[in-house]
Design a protein around this ligand. Sequence first.
Ligand code: ZN
Length: 185
Amino acid sequence: MHAAKLRPLLLPLLIASPLAVSTENPTAHQHGHAELQLALSGQTVELYALSPAYNLLGFEHEPRTSEEHQVVDTTIAWLHETPLINTLGLNCTIQASEVRYAFAGDHNHHGSEHDSENKGEHESHTDIEISQTLTCPDLDAESLLTSPMGSRFSALEHLEIAWTGPDGQGSLRLERGETSFQLGR
Ligand SMILES: [Zn+2]
């Protein structure tokens, strides 16, 4: 229906634009997808995770209700305290962790600047970044590893895992419901 109204000169532009979209960075903000980078060295794992806030909180706007603030507090505390990967024996412990979320420190300031007129479709997307340093005494090259992310966050559909270690590097993807993985050679 719409196409019938287009003048022929416009068609090449319209055909070109879907191609531009398809070359977008696969790691860009996409709801349902998150990425995890691991650097393994001996029993130490340096971990970096990047996820749309939607996957972890269920929303990306600035938290407004007390219920939303509670979700933020609970989730950020969990991300601080829970190793995002672990061995099957759950022996990894957190040496350091950091969670970056745009509205984490904003609890006392909401409502004043962006009042009700900003609600709705014009809100931008928000990511959450997590850095953790883990010590895993039972980690070796053959270890089967687990991640609690998929079972904790039901909106997470795909978790892309990229890793580097003494024996090389690789990547894999956990689909929804998959919790364990092995670092291939
Ligand atoms: Zn988003």
